[in-house]
Ligand binder design. Structure first.
Ligand code: MBD
Ligand code: FE
Length: 307
């Protein structure tokens, strides 16, 4: 069975290109560049040509996800796995591959209707060191763990779990039983991994206004987390979840709102995937809700005043 090896790139649709350029470089520290195309620019975080294509599409949402497989054999095997699952895909031509800077490419929709691409052979600009948009103490954690993680909208979480397990070869399970105070229900989010990153995609279920709830950027230095938090606070960007440490990946993170109105989770210095299932009722500490209404109005923190 072929498996996806990493979430390698992402297409983001935005309405305010100027705001995004400034935000990506000055708040997140990403390298912003363009190649003369009027309708897009690129974001870089390591040696790969780009990790994000930012399109002037006006969606203010995720436009597509790019999942990597190891090579040509795995690419063909993945096509057979999609056929066996009854998923129709488009085999892209040379121009489409060139547009994504990959050797081969297919496009289809995942069970939640999210535009999804499988590729092998990304362009690596080994001659061009990553140059952050502003000073950084350390580096983004990518490599064979891909660009980070996201919470992706799904109408049927169980169906999505089966697809990402049976077709993509990912592994995972429910990782939390969480109180949702407003709704009086228990949320049971599912977290999936395909490499050493604790999770690359998670599904929460329930109605959501956008395909993406949040995108996680991982850094390897605690001072980058603190400095980025200072920058976000100085700019008075809305913070949805305050600083805290997750129970599953042990990462110190916080969640703020980007110029498209969805969340970025910034943090790191946690642990790798354990490759065994366990679940939690609370985070280690923190992650209190601050600005409500961005989709994670959950009770993640234990209440120490409780008897
Ligand atoms: C995460 O990265 C996350 O976004 C949530 C809600 C819980 C655990 C880890
Ligand atoms: Fe997250």
């Amino acid at each position: 069975m072929a498996i996806v090896t990493e979430l390698g790139y992402m297409g983001l649709g935005v309405s305010n290109m100027t705001a995004w350029r400034e935000y990506a470089s000055q708040v997140l520290g990403l390298e912003v560049f363009d190649e003369g195309e009027k309708d897009r620019f690129y974001l870089r975080m390591d040696y790969q040509h780009h990790r994000f294509i930012v399109h002037n599409s006006g969606t203010d949402d995720l436009d597509y996800l790019g999942w990597r497989v190891a090579g040509p054999e795995e690419f063909d095997e993945m096509k057979r796995q999609l056929e066996a699952a009854g998923v129709e895909f488009l085999q892209c031509d040379a121009a489409d591959c060139e547009e994504r800077r990959v050797l081969d490419l297919i496009k289809f929709l995942d069970p939640g209707g999210n535009p999804t691409e499988i590729y092998h052979g990304p362009l690596i600009d080994s001659h061009k060191p990553f140059h952050p948009g502003r000073g950084m103490h350390g580096r983004f954690v990518t490599g064979d763990e891909g660009l980070g993680h996201l919470i992706l909208r799904q109408t049927d979480v169980q169906k999505a779990y089966r697809f990402y397990t049976d077709v993509f070869g990912m592994r995972g399970s429910i990782e939390y039983h969480l109180q949702v105070p407003q709704a009086g229900i228990v949320a049971k989010p599912v977290f999936m991994h395909c490499n050493g990153r604790d999770h690359t995609v998670a599904f929460v279920g329930g109605p959501a206004p956008k395909r993406i709830n949040h995108l996680k950027f991982e850094v390897d230095n605690i001072d980058d987390i603190g400095m980025t938090h200072d920058i976000v606070r100085d700019r008075k960007l809305p913070v949805h979840l305050k600083l805290g440490k997750h129970a599953n990946d042990h990462m110190l993170t916080f969640y703020h709102v980007n110029p498209s109105g969805w969340l970025v989770e910034y943090g790191g210095v946690g642990r790798k995937a354990t490759h065994q299932s366990e679940y939690y009722e609370y985070d280690i500490w923190g992650h209190d809700n601050e600005e409500p209404g961005y989709g994670l109005d959950l009770r993640l923190r234990y209440d120490w005043s409780k008897k």
